[in-house]
Design a protein. Structure first.
Length: 184
């Protein structure tokens, strides 16, 4: 006979429940289901009452932000002495890989009211192109152009089966993008 789940704060029996486990399970469900799990679905997978999750996260948006920041933290982090083009390519590829592994991530990121998850990519991008000494406005425009390109690329991968053609198009467009950033 299964015992009833207790509502509210986790008891000592549920001591293994914590923020990291909740985030891990949410990412696992997101990858398997292709969308952000509901609080009830997440609670079912963790075998706890939904209210126990709210003990660790103030609301659904704070949980969502924690999940997205955790995912974005897995993006490529550039070392100090690496050519900026190589570092930017690796950051871009890691972002595309993340978007491809988590089908609902792109939509969730775009609709997210908080900039927390987006800040991770932005900080890494700025670190990479810092040696170019671009004016702030041009740096911001370069970021938006790259993000829009990567989002379009992620959508293209979902609708096009010929990955070799998609990869060639990505590489050639990326080379063009980098050439636009370098001073003449």
């Amino acid at each position: 006979m299964k015992t009833a789940k207790k509502r509210g704060r986790p008891n000592n029996k549920d001591a293994q429940l914590n923020q990291e486990l909740i985030i891990y399970m949410a990412k696992t469900l997101m990858r398997e289901q292709g969308e952000m799990p509901s609080i009830r679905g997440l609670a079912r997978a963790l075998d706890v009452d939904a209210m126990a999750i709210y003990h660790y996260f103030e609301n659904k948006n704070s949980l969502l932000e924690a999940i997205l920041v955790s995912l974005m933290d897995s993006l490529y982090f550039p070392p100090k002495q690496q050519p900026w083009q190589d570092a930017l390519l690796l950051l871009s590829e890691s972002y595309l890989t993340l978007l491809n592994h988590y089908a609902g991530l792109l939509t969730t990121l775009i609709s997210m009211p908080s900039d927390g998850p987006k800040t991770v990519f932005t900080e890494r991008f700025n670190k990479i192109i810092d040696p170019l000494n671009l004016p702030p406005q041009k740096q911001k425009e370069a970021l938006f152009l790259l993000i829009n390109f990567l989002h379009g690329q992620a959508l293209l991968v979902t609708v096009r089966a010929d990955s070799e053609t998609v990869q060639r198009a990505f590489k050639s467009t990326f080379v063009l993008y980098c050439s636009l950033l370098t001073p003449s």
